[in-house]
Write a protein that binds this ligand. Structure first.
Ligand code: FES
Ligand SMILES: [Fe+2]
Length: 442
């Protein structure tokens, strides 16, 4: 591996000298990948502006007229349910003077109406009405042309209820691009006896004062748990010893974080093309009467072998780079919405597995409260670590972040790479290689 020191232009950042192709090596990544605002702006164009970005789950807009607003890269968008049942993702921008049409996070309306001059739109974006239409007589704008409405994003796909969109018309379809990276998403849907899931209420929202990739990097970093979460895990352990808690859920997961530094070594870590990856589940499956009932229901629907195939596969994290981190074993999805180079919004959604016992839902909600809510301890531990990483990388004198752990031992599995143990940094290396490819294609 080259250990050449980069010239000062790359160390300190001069716009003309931005050399993206040299920022990622086999076992190290340049600090500017995380802290340079100019790199962040290019990421918005070349990653979030081109690849498939998670928008939302179809159950967030169950009825015609429902809508949900979010961002695809820098672009405000609104996901709607049209009268014919179809889901659309529209630019949340009035075609008149550009005002945001739907300022709320979600809602229900017969028509989308811009507050500025009253133009109205159907849920599929088509122009429904323009007040004082005669003002456009003999002009180059036709207020009766329904195509003059809110613009639909060029590509939108709904995969088993998960809605993704892309700001560009060209590129691989969602399934091809996701490849094996979709298996965590399949897993959570397959685990629902009715083969469908739905969001429970609104999401938690938390903001990290650090770059978005530091969070994703951590999602395949099993080794940090013994250090970062040690105190929290000990407190969780004591709580479980002291009190009888019927559905320990997230508390039980938290206790698992206090083991020796090599406790995660047995956990499978697999990196997939395009930056996706997954980590096998390490928390035990639920036990008890409800768990038995659930298993019987799955066998009744899928047969013994089919149920075994579904239940024998489980993931703690399944990352569809760059926006959607599914946690099938916890029935949670964390959505990454970068706000700035040093500010990252997370949406944390909890799902109900349709047909599963209510206690599974309670367990998922408890897990989200304990592991991911704004007041929880586990994510607070992580946020401090992310903040320290970001703050440390701002200093220009040392340039590189190291990713050498268990390098050169990866095991090829089809087009994927498996780490030689659960402590490998294989998924991080793979993710930054993919990052480099996204960023250097013009
Ligand atoms: S900006 Fe929307 S109606 Fe004028
Ligand atoms: Fe953590």
């Amino acid at each position: 591996m080259s250990t050449t020191t980069l010239d000062l232009s790359l160390r300190h950042g001069a716009a003309a000298d931005l050399d993206l192709g040299r920022m990622v090596e086999a076992e190290r990544v340049h600090r500017r990948v995380f802290v340079d605002p100019e790199v962040f702006e290019l990421e918005m164009d070349r990653i979030f502006g081109r690849s498939w970005v998670y928008v939302g789950h179809e159950s967030q807009v169950p009825n015609a007229g429902d809508y949900f607003t979010t961002q695809v890269g820098r672009q405000p968008v609104v996901m709607t349910r049209h009268a014919d049942g179809a889901i659309h993702v529209l630019e949340n921008r009035c075609p008149h003077k550009g005002a945001i049409v739907c300022p709320e996070r979600s809602g229900h309306t017969k028509r989308l109406v811009c507050m500025y001059h009253g133009w109205s739109f159907e849920a599929d974006g088509s122009l429904a009405g323009v007040p004082v239409r005669s003002g456009y007589d003999n002009t180059c704008f036709d207020p009766t042309n329904r195509a003059n409405g809110m613009r639909r994003l060029p590509r939108v796909e709904n995969y088993r209820g998960f809605v993704f969109a892309s700001l560009v018309a060209d590129g691989p379809d969602l399934k091809t691009w996701a490849g094996e990276g979709m298996r965590g998403f399949d897993s959570v849907v397959d685990r629902a006896p009715e083969g469908r899931i739905e969001v429970i209420g609104d999401c938690f929202r938390t903001v990290q004062n650090s770059n978005w990739k530091i969070f994703i990097d951590n999602m395949s970093d099993g080794m940090h748990t013994s250090f970062v979460h040690y105190q929290t895990a000990r407190a969780a352990k004591r709580t479980l010893e002291k009190f009888k808690i019927e559905h320990p859920g997230g508390l039980q997961v938290a206790t698992l974080l206090a083991g020796a530094p090599d406790q995660m070594a047995k956990t499978d870590l697999v990196a997939h093309p395009n930056g996706h990856f997954d980590m096998a589940a390490f928390a035990p499956e639920p036990k008890g009467l409800d768990a038995e009932k659930y298993k019987a229901e799955m066998i009744a629907r899928h047969g013994e072998t089919g149920a075994q195939a579904i239940l024998g596969k489980n993931f703690h994290n399944a990352m569809l780079f760059p926006t959607a981190l599914m946690q099938p074993s916890l029935q949670q999805l964390r959505v990454i919405r970068p706000l700035a180079v040093d500010k990252t919004l997370l949406e944390i959604w909890v799902f109900r597995l349709k047909g599963a016992p209510d206690s599974f839902t309670s367990r998922a909600i408890t897990a989200a409260n304990i592991g991911n809510s704004p007041s929880n301890l586990v994510a607070a531990d992580d946020f401090e670590a992310y903040y320290r990483v970001h703050a440390g990388l701002k200093g220009p004198e040392s340039e590189w972040v190291r990713l050498s752990r268990e390098a050169n031992r990866d095991i090829a599995v089809g087009s994927s790479l498996k780490g030689s143990s659960g402590n490998s940094e294989v998924c991080m290396r793979n993710m930054y290689q993919a990052w480099s490819q996204y960023m250097t294609v013009r």
